[in-house]
Design a protein around this ligand. Structure first.
Ligand code: NAD
Length: 437
């Protein structure tokens, strides 16, 4: 139960503009806040009326001075005051947290860091000092469940090895907090189902951190494909590969990683193609390999190459590898041209190019878009979902779809034959298209 106010959608379904239209801009702040937040069991920290409306309804408009010939800036940011931002507890202080998530959250507009969870008290103390997290807001994996009593925390962000996601998502849901879970969502589709059920039962939101679905260049490419400016898409080539070196790392242990290159990085090809096409594959055919004797690949695979066939005949060829120099790109080949993304799945530096025939020429273009901090955008988006009671665009079900497909890919590689896909959820499980301003 996400809202007890019958006039608002129970969860999702209306955009910011729709919402403003529904409520009118003249409603008293308290009335708006109670309509937006409702009073769910998950939101013990924000009783109705406690928080002023989520953000100003329009960005501040500054005096125009640039001509239309140049790329335009803006809109101006619309940050919440720090005391109104949504409080995060970040769980796991490894590479992603220290190098990307914590630096990003300090620059967020709607999110703030209020708590940490780690198994290493010395490291946590240092990080807490760096980011001004109060000592009483620092938890161990054993005291994690006490987050339930911390009203400052509204969202728990799980940034642990994949094999631990299920346990901490379920414990976080039982603590009554909304959950942002890193990808891959879990080790198996069965685990995903348990996590979705636990969050649903607790009345909390669950979002999988598929940052590419909130990244401007990838969103633009999807828009172009959907508009069919170059006709129908027919073929996709996608690759996400990198090199790893430490056989003792959890990424090389089956119980903690779930698999090798496929769930860690190949997943980006799979998830981004599904996102760009807005379709699900109906059949997969895969090949898997690990160099014999290489200690990195005694438990998890080195390489997976797979094809996905879609209902309209489109075929996607995907490759992922843990033992080559890094490369992250995809290309969508259409009847009259192609779209290509270099550094497609990287944290920054996306390069979106298009090509089409024009008479005797091939016209190639690069579409320049302002870069955003992918982790900051993602956290602020989820905070907005919590504030406005909107179902996330990448909910737990999105993770489940990927796990069902990865299981079919492994099954195909093992059997050496194509596997028909069954059991996927029908379209409609996502929240509305995100409003990312
Ligand atoms: P990492 O190894 O750098 O950090 C993992 C953290 O978990 C460490 O602090 C470690 O101490 C802790 N931990 C707790 N219990 C552990 C155990 N039993 N074994 C090993 N470590 C344990 O990993 P990372 O690169 O930060 O990845 C964390 C999660 O984030 C993974 O799910 C990964 O797939 C995901 N990730 C996502 C992105 C992205 O772009 N969205 C990028 C990198 C990683």
């Amino acid at each position: 139960m996400e809202s007890n106010i019958p006039t608002a959608a129970p969860e999702d379904g209306f955009s910011r503009k729709d919402f403003l239209r529904m409520t009118g801009k003249g409603l008293a702040a308290g009335a708006v806040a109670s309509l937006v937040t409702g009073q769910s069991s998950a939101q013990t920290s924000r009783a109705a009326g406690e928080r002023v409306p989520a953000r100003p309804d329009e960005p501040i408009v500054l005096e125009k001075w640039k001509s239309g010939v140049d790329q335009q800036s803006g809109p101006t940011p619309t940050p919440l005051a720090p005391d109104q931002r949504v409080g995060y507890a970040v769980v796991g202080l490894g590479h992603l947290t220290l190098e990307n998530i914590l630096p990003a959250i300090t620059a967020c507009k709607r999110s703030k860091l209020v708590a940490l969870v780690s198994g290493d008290p010395v490291k946590m103390k240092k990080v807490a000092n760096q980011y001004s997290v109060k000592p009483e807001n620092c938890y161990s994996y054993q005291t994690f469940d006490q987050l339930k009593n911390n009203k400052e925390v509204e969202i728990i962000y799980i940034v642990l090895p994949n094999g631990l996601h299920k346990e901490f998502v379920i414990r976080g849901a039982k603590a009554g907090k909304h959950i942002l879970c890193e990808k891959p969502m879990a080790n198996s589709a069965a685990e995903c189902r348990e996590m979705i059920a636990a969050c649903s039962q607790a009345g909390v939101k669950l979002m999988v951190a598929y940052r590419i679905q909130y990244q401007p260049h990838n969103r633009k490419l999807r828009e172009l494909v959907q508009q069919k400016a170059f006709g129908e898409a027919k073929l996709i080539e996608a690759s996400n590969a990198q090199s790893s070196a430490n056989p003792e790392h959890w990424r090389h242990k089956k119980a903690l990683a779930g698999g090798g290159a496929l769930p860690d990085i190949g997943l980006y090809c799979l998830n981004t193609i599904r996102f760009v096409l807005n379709q699900e594959p109906e059949e997969v055919f895969a090949y898997q390999y690990s160099t014999p004797g290489n200690p990195l690949f005694t438990e998890v695979e080195e390489l997976v190459s797979w094809q996905m066939k879609f209902p309209n005949g489109l075929v996607a060829n995907c490759t992922t590898d843990y033992n080559v120099h890094e490369s992250r790109h995809y290309r969508v080949l259409c009847e009259k041209g192609w779209y290509q993304m270099d550094k497609a799945f990287a944290y920054k530096g996306q390069k979106l190019q298009t090509a089409k025939a024009e008479g005797k020429m091939e016209l190639q273009q690069e579409i320049g878009l302002a870069e955003t901090d992918q982790f900051g955008v993602e956290m602020d988006y989820f905070s907005d979902c919590v504030i406005r009671n909107i179902k996330p665009f990448t909910p737990g079900e999105e993770g489940l779809q990927d796990h069902l497909l990865m299981e079919a890919i492994y099954q195909s590689a093992k059997a050496g034959r194509p596997v028909r896909i069954s059991g996927l959820l029908p379209a409609g499980y996502r929240g509305p298209e995100p409003d990312l301003q």
